[in-house]
Design a protein. Sequence first.
Length: 666
Amino acid sequence: MDLSSLSKLQTEGVNPRTTNIDQMSTLEMCTVINGDDHLVAESIVPCLPVIAGAIDALALRVRKGGRVMYVGAGTSGRLGILDASEIPPTFAAPRSQFVGLIAGGDEAIRQAQEGAEDNEQAGHDDLNRLDLNPELDSVIGIASSGRTPYVLGCIAFAKKLNCLTIGVVCTSPSAMARSGNVDYLIAPLPGPEVVTGSTRLKAGTATKMVLNMLSTGTMIKSGKTYGNMMVDMVASNFKLEQRSRNMLRRLSGKCNARSDSELDTLLAESNGSVKLAILVAETGESAQTCQQSLDSAEGILSKALAGMSRPDQPCTQGERQFVLCIDGGGSKCAAAVADKSGVVSFGSAGPCNLTDNIENVDGILATLTQATLDALRKHSSWANESIMSNERTCLQPCFQSVWIGLAGMDRAGLYHILAPRLAKMFGLEEKQMTFKLTNDVNLLTALGSADERKPSILVLIAGTGSVAIRYNWSDNKSYNCVARAGGWGHLLGDEGGGYSIGLEAIRCTLDTLEQRRLGLGPNNLSEFDQAVLDELGCSLGDNDDIDLLSEILSQRGTQSAKARIAGLAETVLEIGDGKIAQAIIDQQASTIVSKTLGRLVDPRSSGHVAPEETELVLVGGLMKSKIYQQKIQHIVAHKGLKFRGIQVVDNVAGMVAKYMVSQRID
């Protein structure tokens, strides 16, 4: 080995930006180091085509059970061992399939074994002991300098057997490149280190990034993920068990509404494998049959699902005999399917609030699909039909028109994300009148269109949150939104909604518990406080105390803290004749009428139309309560607001579906 050329390597160069680093302030030093680190990702960009080729070659062998050997010395060896050791627990790969070797043996992982990297023969010997299969096994040689004898020895031995060889170096030209023993040479050039020759810095970071890309890409191409979820995972501890449940609900429409215990049973039947559980849930076949399908599909879930999908469809091509309305909110997603004679069936699925779930578009589509298929199954025309929920294309020939209203849909940019995919899912043209995607509140405009035209419709919603929206009839023969109040979200407002009522209930109970702890209040809990604790699943311990804050803020299964708090509104309304509950109801109802509704009935408000010409529509989960409904109407009357009419709508999706039938053209 010609050591005189060592100083010519890029990794041994002197960094002009750090020649006086020992005289810099600590902040200046950190700034310079961080600035140099920014160069690492850029240095990998020219290598991407080679990395992609290496991933495809590795995946082909790994899918057949081939092993991947990482070989290196010093920092390079430790990085290889790190990557090899992380793959099995992350992607449920066999531990024997990814092997990390370091010059000097395992002792060198923690303590440098000087001179071990210079032993080329040791590289031959270490690989020889592994009984490599040239048809399946691959070797990744890692050496920032591109000249480490131990690594070159490993690569030479592997190439002699005709194994797949990959080199990762941080200099060019390099001895590894000149050897001719590397099938794929990956050579990012991050430049000289901030401390000359310390390749654990930028060179080490570049190496780690390349190895991450190689291993992650290989696992993806080997079927270890479905979308961007690590479905090839075995639930081996509590954290992974919960992650498995979350993944099943996110990726499978059939699992979305299942309880934790039901999902645990499914996982147990599937040997703890999330991938197998999804296939079992989606197809209804046995775990054994699904495992055989996965094996035939080389472990790739999307291929297995496509291979097992049935040709059964709920509708015949060209029929389009139904109309569909979906009302998606923070508590649930409700679907109504109606045929041309006006017969309506209903389906439901889990929450579908875009504000809470926009990062999970696939999950939203799965929820909408599940609700739609649930409604189709219940329709008399298809009560005995087999419908596959994993085939969204089965919905394409079913509907003449579709109107989907989703909470949060008016947020900027969301329409352009969802509309194309939903229109395709239902086989409709996005820009035609037969497909509508709006905010859930806009569904209420069908009230004024179904019978006589009202000059104005004022919608007051009290569900998890609260909002008031005014729609005025315009010259273009449609209702247009002209004003809105509230709807700020549970963190900032939404007074009069379920979350706000639940929050007040918790505050009252927290106040009671605190006074009891301090000896300032009565020893006995009121009926109200006990009801709140019971609803939250809390009880006073032996020391007559409870950490209610922790109980509230923790997530129970799939129910978030937000959902648990909003759920208390029902408890408050059930004991509405109690002093505390009545005070909360009065205060919240007064606020939603005076503030949220009040701003839109103020004559100075944009788009104002006199109450006498306005239809008031009360909608949302809380409005189903007679107590709350009557309280709202009492306050409205007390303020002298005489509306043209007041309607309470229990089933928005059903009402809109009937309206759509009246408008359909056969």
